[in-house]
Design a protein around this ligand. Structure first.
Ligand code: UDP
Length: 421
């Protein structure tokens, strides 16, 4: 099989064995056309993954196209509630009439988008918002559905809503084994671990001089310690706790600053503005709280600089299927102080390459420790980098992705699997 120069670049990180396995898995799938469908072209983990995956896949001969179906405000309100149910943050049934109103709207948005006119061999539908697509349009099959949120402990009402659409899919993909819906037949499930691209603008090495210059331009005093969380201003990212942690650390270390970096570009993130206002209220006139949300200012090099050259990185998520921001920071030699949510527990090994701490006081204690003991910070950071190198770089995801395609193709030659039959 023809080798891909783009894929071969990863050899120095992942070794030839993994590349061989990828070429071997790709061979029987050569020429296949895959259509990816999601709701946003920029912002959030799904868009990140597709931007990294698609060019490499094309080079190894599997033709990937991507269609974005943006939702309207009313639909985004419904799906914001739905994701809280799926992640078990809220409980209760979804009223039948709300469901129906959303489904009617989604159907007409999807119909107008012309998605069903797009010819492909396999349809890859991303995330919970669009799960009904393969039911709406039987032409979009064989189909794979990928769940990108933390469904380890879903509310039964939210799960039941999604499950009514899953018979139309040949394969259901989750981002960790912990998030797999327990009652799906095992042969229909698959895991794809999100990974990062070390060559991307966000992750490639930048010098300290350049990094500090970028931070200074964002208003940071680069001579003083900086605590950072990079995340959308979303409920489950818990920016409130970042401020609380900063305040506790500041009592011990008055020179400390904090940055919340979350460019507002994901159009479906409807609560972000409200949350930002709350955080602005909390910050008051403290000049050491930096809220960076302007997408014209916060681009990939800035995210890179914050992740690479902050003193400590926090990720205070209350739910997280898999936190790409954490992998990105770990790749940049940062031990992250995370929470015990599904994804972060998988990524961070407590005390080895970062810390897991849910409560504010313990998180503040570790944050201070990492700022004050740079030898410890350096030791854990090195292990954090190694963990990403061994597990979470793009080629590992490509292999799992090819596995999902092979499963969907194999399954499509059989009658569709019917749950519970
Ligand atoms: N991100 C970004 N700019 C920001 C904030 C986040 O580019 O200001 C990126 C971040 O680097 C990561 C992705 O958005 O690649 C977020 O993915 P994650 O899995 O952490 O969370 P999600 O937003 O999908 O819940």
């Amino acid at each position: 099989m023809k080798r891909s120069a783009m894929l071969d670049r990863y050899k120095r990180f992942v070794g030839e064995d993994l590349l061989e396995r990828i070429y071997h898995a790709a061979e029987p799938l050569s020429g296949l056309r895959i259509l990816h469908v999601n709701t946003t072209a920029q912002g959030g983990g799904v868009a990140e993954l597709l931007h990294a995956l698609i060019p490499v896949m094309d080079e190894i001969g599997i033709i990937n196209t991507w269609q974005v179906i943006p939702l309207d405000d009313a639909s985004n309100l419904f799906t914001a509630h739905l994701v809280d149910l799926l992640q078990g943050l809220e409980h209760g049934n979804i009223a039948k009439q709300d469901q129906q109103a959303f489904l009617d709207r989604l159907y007409s948005i999807a119909l107008k988008s012309g998605v069903e006119q797009n010819q492909a061999d396999i349809y890859f539908i991303h995330d919970f918002q669009l799960a009904p697509l393969a039911t709406f349009f039987p032409r979009l099959r064989p189909a794979i559905w990928m769940c990108h949120v933390d469904t380890a402990n879903p509310d039964p009402g939210g799960k039941a809503y999604i499950e009514q659409f899953l018979d139309a899919y040949n394969v259901c993909v989750f981002n960790t084994p912990l998030s797999i819906f327990k009652d799906l037949p095992q042969e229909k499930t698959h895991v794809i671990t999100p990974t990062i691209d070390p060559f991307g603008e966000k992750n490639r090495f930048i010098t300290q001089a350049k990094g500090l210059q970028l931070l200074a331009r964002c208003g940071i005093d680069t001579t003083r310690p900086l605590i950072t969380q990079v995340s959308r201003f979303g409920n489950w990212k818990n920016p409130w706790q970042v401020i609380d942690v900063y305040r506790l650390v500041k009592q011990e270390l008055p020179s400390v600053q904090v940055a919340l970096v979350g460019a507002m570009e994901a159009a479906d993130d409807i609560n972000a503005m409200e949350i930002l206002k709350e955080i602005q209220g909390m910050a008051g006139d403290d000049p050491d709280v930096h809220l960076l949300y302007d997408p014209a200012v916060i681009k990939h090099p800035q995210v890179n600089a914050f992740q690479r050259y902050s003193s400590v990185i926090l990720q205070r998520s209350t739910r997280e299927g898999f936190g790409l921001t954490v992998t990105e920071a770990m790749w940049k030699y940062q031990p992250v102080v995370g929470t015990s949510v599904t994804g972060l527990r998988t990524q961070i090994i407590d005390g080895q390459n970062g810390y897991i701490a849910d409560d504010t006081e313990t998180c503040a204690k570790y944050t201070l420790k990492l700022i004050q003991d740079r030898e410890l910070w350096h030791k854990l950071g090195k292990r954090a980098h190694e963990r990403v190198k061994g597990n979470y770089l793009l080629p590992m995801m490509i292999l799992q992705y090819l596995g999902a395609l092979a499963k969907a193709r194999g399954a499509s030659e059989e009658p569709l699997l019917v749950r519970g039959a």
